[in-house]
Design a protein around this ligand. Sequence first.
Ligand code: WTA
Length: 659
Amino acid sequence: MAEPTLDALLHESRRFEPPADLAAAANAQPALYDAGSVNRIAFWEEQARWLWWDQPWTTPLVWDPPYAQWFVGGRLNACVNAVDRHVVAGFGDKVAFHWVADAEATTRTITYGELQREVCKAANGLLSLGVEAGDRVAVYMPMIPETIFTILACARIGAPHNVVFCGFSADALRGRILDADARVVVTTDAQMRRGKSTPVKPAVDEAVAQCPDVRTVVVVRRTGEDVSWTEGRDVWWHDVVDTQLDTHQPEAFDAEHPLFMMYTSGTTARPKGILHTTGGYLTQVAATHRYVFDLKPDRDVYWCAADIGWITGHSYIVYGPLCNGATSLLYEGTPHPEDQDRWWKLIEKYKVTILYTAPTTIRTLMKWGHEILEPYDLSSLRVLGSVGEPINPEAWVWYRTYVGGGRTPVVDTWWQTETGAIMITPLPGVTATKPGAAMTPFPGISADVVDNDGKPVPDGGGGFLVLTEPWPSMLRGIWGDDTRYRETYWSRFDNVYFAGDGAKKDEDGDIWLLGRVDDVMNISGHRISTTEVEHALVGHPAVAEAAVVGATDPTTGQAIVAFVTPRGNVAEDESKGDAFVQALRAQVAKEIGPIAKPRQILVTPELPKTRSGKIMRRLLRDIAENRELGDVTTLLDPTVTDMIRTNLSESGGAGGDEA
Ligand code: WTA
């Protein structure tokens, strides 16, 4: 195993220079940064020329802050760029996806040619259901090939897709269907998790029961099990799609035609529908995928282990890799304790060269120990990526040392649902890396760290991360809520985008991300707002008030800790019992999904508040993390914190979470 040891590396907190062999042959060369800074817009035009345009743009950017339009006048089809162009170029037999079901129960290899045929059938199927360009289609599906066929079919016919992560509850799904006003939902009977099949359709039935405008639910059959069925509304995929012609004449859409919406948590209880359009989005996801992962489509086997239900899946499982003609591994399962070596088996078997995952997964794998991966040949790996939350230096060094055999660059990529594509990242072969730092903006991207007044901090200083120039894959708005778009991102500082993250610039000017500065928590790389969980908790009839904070957690990054005051009519012994806490956790799972279940719920007669009646979250965070309390002089009733502390010690500290 590679020397020096993990401890030594950490102790040195060293810089990792780009490997010489990679530097010589890397897709990105240092001149890329020059090109991006000399003329940002010309740089992005150059990247846009990698795509197939039916009609070239006349103006690269129209910027009327905070509204951007990129490649104005251009027309293209996203699905043609992802699929057809490769078939036309003679790569119809090249593998697009090696799909592996959970625990390798089934596998399927899909070539670009086959992908084209499947997508055409799905497009024809959607058309036969009356879906037209501009109509929103909700997709509630796990990591199966049909999910990708559906997404690409929507893109092909210009119907924006609204993919909802399959771990969200029926209530959460309903909210997203209604907000997007989707009339067609595509789903499946079951998903496979941890070697077991779990039903998916019941959540759709429950959600759609209160969506009067949903006229069709398309269901992919995976199991032979009975599925509840609503005649006239539900149709089988094999009846609607598999019976269609496998050719379809695509139409070109405006560069600014909506491609999809993706709901994400903000600081209120209601998630925001982040809207992305076509030309700019594809330009940036393809360019970043090509340079950040140094993708060589003729040689690489790329594996992004995110879920398609999140933005990372959209940009770096579907659109980026496919636009670049990549061969990807698509794996349905997630790491779990009874299956600890699955990932290493898969990397060895498929000779994966590029791996992209989240720090929380790296920490889980790390916890299980590097001995688990030692029997496997991981020498095919050459670039490792990280996304979703700040990566701690220990996890970074472990990833590089044990998974990357001490050779591979680790690219820590910072971006958001709103940015659409990677924004701050090292480039393998070009930039040095430092464990824990996202380093520098991607060429053509302008970011900075500013203080409270919006003034850039000097090297060595910390503050708020902002993006100072529009970028091609930026969100074009929040679906149906323009005021919220302006307020959330553009009102904190004048005409610069406020990301909601804290960051620092080190002595070399390199950027380190420090986590959210708003009420958004990051649990295992999933964004969940404190307000959303509070809202769910007070939805329980026995709860008077709830306050939620994100406490530091060694594996999941942050964990949800909730403080709850019961209503006056709830008997004390009832509210103290474990059954009450379980009922509250179930309530959160019902309203949002199991991922949002608090790790710990503390029942307390009162919450600490300021004299003006605001809940003191900072104090609660200190309590949750067992820290010395900060300034409590503004606290209305200081005995409240003592009371909570006593309850905390009685409750036995942190509870585990099976979610
Ligand atoms: C966090 C995921 C530190 C950040 C692509 C951001 C990160 C939020 C990193 C977006 C990183 C993402 N280092 N923090 N490399 N990547 N984040 O919308 O707080 O699910 O604002 O997009 O995740 O999460 P989202």
